[in-house]
Ligand binder design. Structure first.
Ligand code: DWN
Ligand code: ZN
Length: 419
């Protein structure tokens, strides 16, 4: 949807490519089930509301061969991730999730019986962002290493955590002797175009009996929770277990356990290892059956999503138009927030500003809709009548921090409501 300052699409330019084959199975049986129009890159925040920026088509395709949902274009990752405004440590809920994950992996390590077991397990976190998960691993007693392309995510020297500032790839794995007991990749697998190269690198960097742990937003939760706002250009793939199993089998890295996690509106955590190392647990077959029985392996199942999304857009627009004249602020200048605001055509006319506790985002503007991002003190100064929770996945945490303001809350997902 067009916001106030959009440019036209860069047809034929070099900053994105059009997807013609499925990134998992290489099939060409791809069918569109959702078109969200043209959208800007949600974390490429603007220095001024009038700053020029580009938009790209935002369309989701379903592969009728392996059931992977994927965007119809791939934007050059360097445009999105060389500088990355998102800092995962800002959320306490996510920090707690990381602490639990570190304990879970340490439990696996403690139970492991092997004559070649190290004293301290070594974990490498791919796309380590601001080191949120690495710090929790270190507290648990792991030796830690990070890989993170964003140049603005250099960890302070005092942290003593080595980070390779590159994009993960097979050639990077070849360039270093890594030999990790665990490799983790949370909220990055959906960002990756060449998953084959990524997995070849993982296989190379993992010890023979090492474990690879991936967390991705789960497509079933996205559909059931009407989380259309989590569709944006950073997320190239929307995963079910079905295509993930297909992909990991192709690389002889069988998934031996799968868990559903609550984080980020519902995620899948999968555990994989080299063939023959771990017995495959029943959780894998159970979830595959569930996806099939619920209809997720058939295109028809996805067609209702479009109607729900359009209805939600109308409802949000109607509610916000009804509040014009009131003070309405947002909380959480999330990527999903930018996606939602652009799709729904919201401007500073309806939401005057958005508070975000990430210093890198403050003083900037959400691309497309031009809404300013401000620091927390603005809540105290402005005393809003309504706060729109644009990071609804952290609603409890955001409400706890703002309860004293006495504002009403608007939660836009899965359906627009005021509490
Ligand atoms: O995969 C991705 C996910 C995991 O994270 C990305 N591609 C980018 C990012 O998506 P997002 O921006 O939608 O994620 P969050 O974590 O839902 O964003 C929350 C936003 O809210 C951040 O900008 C931080 C902010 N926030 C805050 O200011 N105060 C959050 C909390 C909890 C707070 O107390
Ligand atoms: Zn496919």
């Amino acid at each position: 949807m067009s916001g106030p300052h959009l440019l036209t699409l860069n047809e034929g330019g070099v900053d994105y490519k059009v997807v013609t084959e499925c990134r998992v199975c290489k099939g060409t049986n791809l069918k569109t089930y959702l078109d969200l129009g043209n959208a800007p890159l949600p974390n490429n925040l603007l220095g001024a509301s009038t700053e020029i920026h580009r938009v790209y088509p935002l369309r989701v395709l379903f592969c009728q061969d392996c059931c992977l949902s994927q965007l119809s274009v791939v934007v050059n990752p360097k445009l999105m991730f060389d500088q990355y405004a998102y800092h995962s440590s800002v959320s306490q809920t996510f920090k707690d999730h990381c602490a639990t994950m570190a304990q879970d992996l340490m439990d696996i390590w403690k139970k492991k019986e092997s004559p070649t077991k190290r004293v301290m397990p070594m974990v490498m976190d791919i796309a380590s962002n601001d080191g949120c998960l690495l710090r929790e691993f270190r507290k648990e007693g792991f030796t830690v290493n990070g890989v993170e392309p964003a140049k603005n995510h250099m960890l302070p020297f005092e942290d003593l955590i080595p980070v390779i500032h590159e994009y993960w790839s097979e050639s990077l794995a070849n360039a270093y002797t890594i030999n990790a007991d665990f490799i983790t990749a949370t909220n990055v697998f959906a960002h990756v175009d060449d998953l084959d190269d990524f997995l070849r690198g993982v296989k190379k960097a993992l010890r023979p009996d090492g474990v690879f742990v991936v967390e991705v937003p789960y497509l079933q939760d996205l559909m059931l929770g009407n989380q259309y706002d989590t569709i944006y250009h950073e997320h190239l793939s929307y995963f079910l277990l079905t295509p993930l199993k297909h992909l990991f089998d192709l690389h002889s890295l069988p998934i031996f356990r799968v868990e559903r996690q609550k984080i980020h509106g519902g995620s899948l955590r999968i555990y994989a290892a080299k063939a023959g190392v771990h017995e495959v647990e029943p959780s894998v077959e159970q979830l595959l059956n569930h996806e099939r029985l619920m209809g997720y392996t058939k295109f028809n199942h996805y067609q209702v999503f479009k109607k729900n999304v359009e209805q939600e857009r109308r409802d949000l627009q109607k509610m916000l138009m009804g509040l014009v004249g009131k003070k309405v602020m947002g909380y959480g200048a999330s990527a999903k927030g930018a996606s939602l605001l652009n799709y729904c055509g919201i401007t500073p006319f309806q939401i005057q500003s958005i508070v975000d506790d990430t210093p890198d985002k403050q003083g900037k503007f959400v691309p497309g809709c031009g809404i300013p991002i401000v620091d927390f003190s603005h809540f105290e100064k402005e005393r809003p009548d309504y706060i729109v929770l644009l990071a609804w996945n952290f609603a409890d945490e955001l409400i706890k921090k703002t309860k004293h303001l006495g504002a009403k809350y608007i939660i836009p997902i899965p359906w627009v409501r005021v509490i």
